[in-house]
Design a protein around this ligand. Structure first.
Ligand code: SF4
Length: 335
């Protein structure tokens, strides 16, 4: 198998909980707790889960905007998790980000020209006329007009601002863009336009994406594979079609039941999960999902399920799968 572009192994990010006058550490927020996945060249991995499951923290840790607590992050085989900020500079060009909120991720005092050109100036890639030309090309590439370059971010709609953010992310010819809920703040019709734009750019430049979202419906069109996260752990990871047609984890099944079906004749039974997501400061023992899982049995609260490959390329962490399936067969979750 070809070397992946991004390889993440056992990535952990804990944040200390401090209390009192002396700010003593009294606990840890287990935001990301040992996640592993690869992203191939030109591939999109959707990373999905409810708010607070750790998916955005995972993205920020891979970007090294925050330092990991443990684990390995490799770009084309080179470890980057232990690099200093200075050493990271060479890799920053390969790793770019598009943030969730196009209203706050753009400097309101800069013209669009300066926002898109900022990375090119910071990395001394181009100056003068060459810089102007490159910035204009980037704006046109993302569907903005050349006239837009002399305006300020507040003069644009949410979708157009996200296009500005995408142009800025593209400026340094990255290999991987981490899209952190890039369409969550946009209207549904604009969401589709931005997702189509990201798809077109991927085909043209061979980009890879880690596409973080809380909604499976949003990642469906753009992802090749999807990883589902719950309370700091990846519970299932599979090819998009396999995940949508044969979900193997009860949490994925519940998330899928909330995805609208386009066919008015068809219907999907909605699974309402009981209770709230437990606190990441004191995650439940055993399977973290056992407090809400409709299929939980004795073993679930005592023993943490291991990630297993139930079908080629389809990995799931659930005791039920272990009990019901051999290594090479699929099963439907009990009704
Ligand atoms: Fe549910 Fe048990 Fe599977 Fe966890 S291990 S998802 S609690 S059946």
């Amino acid at each position: 198998m070809a070397q992946p572009l991004l390889c993440v192994r056992g990535l952990v990010k804990h944040f200390p909980v401090k209390k009192g006058l002396l700010q003593r550490t009294v606990g840890q927020v287990h935001a990301v707790d040992g996640i592993s996945f690869d992203i191939a060249e030109g591939e999109t991995l959707g990373l999905v889960g409810e708010s607070g499951c750790g998916k955005s923290t995972a993205g920020k840790t891979i970007l090294k905007l925050i330092d990991p607590t443990a684990g390995e992050i490799r770009i084309r085989g080179e470890r980057i998790d232990a690099l200093t900020r200075r050493e990271m500079r060479a890799y920053r060009r390969q790793l770019q980000v598009v943030f969730q909120d196009p209203y706050s991720s753009l400097n309101p005092r800069l013209k669009v020209r300066d926002i898109i050109g900022e990375p090119l100036v910071n990395y001394a890639v181009s100056t003068g006329r060459e810089l102007d030309q490159r910035v204009t090309e980037l704006a046109i590439k993302v569907g903005l007009s050349a006239e837009a370059l002399d305006r300020f971010p507040h003069e644009f709609s949410g979708g157009q601002r996200q296009r500005i953010g995408i142009a800025r992310a593209l400026a340094l010819h990255p290999s991987l863009i981490i899209c952190d809920e890039p369409v969550s703040a946009l209207d549904v019709s604009v969401q589709a336009q931005v997702i189509n734009l990201l798809g077109d750019l991927q085909r043209e430049f061979g980009l890879s994406y880690l596409f973080v979202a809380h909604d499976l419906a949003v990642v469906e069109h753009i992802s090749h594979r999807i990883a589902v996260m719950y309370l700091g752990k990846i519970v299932e990871i599979a090819d998009k079609q396999a995940l949508f047609t044969r979900p193997q984890h009860p949490y994925t099944e519940a998330l899928l039941s909330a995805v609208p079906v386009p066919d008015p004749e068809a219907s999907r039974k909605r699974i309402i999960l009981r209770g709230d997501v437990p606190s990441p400061v004191t995650p439940p023992p055993g399977c973290r999902f056992h407090t809400r899982c409709p299929y939980a049995f004795d073993r679930c609260s005592k023993e943490e399920p291991e990630m297993r490959e139930v079908v080629r390329g389809h990995h799931v962490a659930c005791h039920l799968r272990e009990a019901q399936t051999g290594a090479n067969e699929t099963a439907t979750l009990p009704a």
